[in-house]
Write a protein that binds this ligand. Structure first.
Ligand SMILES: [Zn+2]
Length: 499
């Protein structure tokens, strides 16, 4: 009878967590799943609280504190403020190998404030919002780490579990400073996650390596009508740089990208501008990035030579391509199939379809796919992430958790809306289970760990870690300081208390 009661209680927990029932033929994983189901409400609440904080890059003081607090409660040794960044976290438990790292981010995006509703309605017009779901991302990583630690304690498994709280992913590349500081050294596996519109993962090389810079041209002012011959135009220099880049495009590899904007273009047309600031991003494969960047620098120089301006190039951020470990991705994929997609209610599907209708996209509802994506046959370019640098210092994989409505892209109000609802909570718990299960595999399947290590060893022969930033490069901690200080008191009344 007690056994029946326990089984019924277990079933009830699974139903409460809103996840499909599944068969786990592994006692350790079963325990981890039960732990997460039992604590689902408590952990989902932290995600909602961070969702309401919506702090911009390097200003995630409250969000990082909330995560540090929960890690301490569950027995981790927590360091907040590592690698020169007050909002970066390293939390550790256990010792020796295998050593498994979980990643988390928690920065928000500008001007995306939004209530958890199916139509566009900001909490506060113009305030930041979690348009990339990083409130869920951070908590999923923390939960994966806590559930794995819990399972190790219960079953006497040896090894180390670490959680890395990584600030300013959207702008500022917090991870590159943690990598340069050696914080990821010696890990046997790094398990990353990101909310998305499917349950999926990929392996091999994807995304673009990146160098982002600020170019400042300095010239000499003069009366543009009265004596233009006395002036040196910094805007002319920027225009010549741009023209040179346009000619260059034909002669760089098709996977490369160069994009730029003029941040400061002069004050008034009747004054020859003596200062113009351009921000530019050079992207490509790790094999070709530095070569393309050198050619771009020649374009910058061309603008200065032709006009007589001086110029300064400052690196803003830089990262490698992501090189995901196939052996690790295959373990993750098996666990994705075991855990399965959340069971969505009719109300949740309806909510998703209304969002899709309101952004002018097809009403196709919530995630319904489980995917393992191989690398593209031909790399044609794409976006970038600072997780790339982590992937060249430790075996790395990233799980896409099913938290978003399908087909509406990223960085918009629809993503913020869903991220504060039960839809995100279900994706979060499913994701944490998959990460914890994969951690259990790495700890208990030495032959798989051997494959992971061998593959990584081969990969770094081709892509050794060399930082793309100068040695004395520091995080730009004040990037959004003023903006966040302006919003914080206005947002405070809308903070969601942790339940
Ligand atoms: Zn993101």
């Amino acid at each position: 009878m007690r056994k029946i009661k326990a089984t019924l209680a277990g079933l009830l927990m699974i139903l409460l967590a809103g996840l499909a029932t599944y068969a786990i033929d592994n006692e350790i994983k079963q325990g981890a799943a039960h732990f997460l189901d039992e604590h689902a409400e408590e952990f989902a609440s932290i995600s909602d609280t961070i969702w309401s904080y919506a702090e911009l890059g390097f200003q995630e003081f409250k969000s990082s504190e909330a995560l540090a607090k929960i890690l301490k409660i569950y027995g981790f040794d927590v360091k907040l403020g590592v690698a020169g960044m007050p909002t970066a976290i390293v939390a550790s438990w256990g010792s020796g190998h295998p050593a498994i790292g979980f990643l988390g981010e928690y920065d928000a995006l500008h001007e995306l404030s939004q209530k958890p509703l199916s139509h566009k309605e900001p909490v506060l017009e113009g305030a930041p919002g979690h348009g990339c779901g990083h409130n869920i991302l951070g908590v999923t990583g923390v939960l994966g780490a806590i559930a794995l630690k819990n399972a190790m304690e219960k079953h006497g498994l040896k090894g180390t579990v670490k959680f890395f709280g990584c600030p300013a992913e959207e702008a500022g590349s917090g991870k590159i400073f943690m990598v340069a500081g050696g914080l990821f050294d010696g890990l046997d596996a790094v398990l990353d996650n990101h909310p998305g519109s499917s349950l999926s993962t990929s392996y091999g090389t994807n995304s673009s390596a990146l160098i982002s810079v600020k170019v400042t041209y300095s010239g000499k002012t003069s009366h543009a009508g009265g004596a233009p011959w006395l002036g040196i135009s910094a805007l002319d220099a920027a225009n010549i740089m741009g023209t040179a880049v346009e000619y260059l495009r034909e002669h760089i590899h098709y996977s490369a990208r160069i994009h730029y904007v003029i941040l400061e273009g002069g004050g008034w047309a009747n004054v020859v501008p003596d200062k113009v600031v351009v921000q530019a991003m050079v992207r490509g494969s790790d094999d070709r990035l530095l070569n393309t960047y050198q050619k771009f620098l020649n374009c910058v120089k061309a603008g200065a030579i032709a006009t007589g301006c001086t110029y300064k190039v400052e690196i803003l951020e830089a990262s490698h391509q992501i090189h995901a470990n196939e052996a690790l991705a295959r373990l993750l994929y098996e666990n994705m199939k075991t855990v399965g997609l959340p069971e969505w209610t009719n109300e949740e599907q309806q909510f998703a379809k209304e969002i899709q209708k309101n952004v002018g996209s097809d009403p196709i509802g919530l995630p319904d796919e489980i995917k393992l994506t191989p690398p593209p046959a031909v790399f044609t370019g794409g976006g970038s992430s600072d997780t790339g640098d982590v992937s060249v210092v430790a075996p790395f994989v990233s799980l896409t958790t099913p938290c978003n409505v399908k087909g509406i892209g990223g960085h918009n109000w629809g993503i913020v809306a869903t991220g504060g609802t039960g839809i995100a909570h279900k994706g979060l718990i499913a994701g944490a289970k998959i990460l914890a299960f994969t951690g259990v595999d790495v700890l208990t399947m030495p032959e798989e760990l051997e494959k992971i290590r061998a593959e990584f060893g081969k990969m770094i022969l081709r892509y050794p870690y060399v930082s793309y930033v100068p040695e004395d490069f520091k995080p730009v901690l004040d990037m959004f300081k003023e903006e966040m200080a302006r919003w914080r008191p206005l947002m405070e009344p809308y903070y969601i208390e942790q339940r």
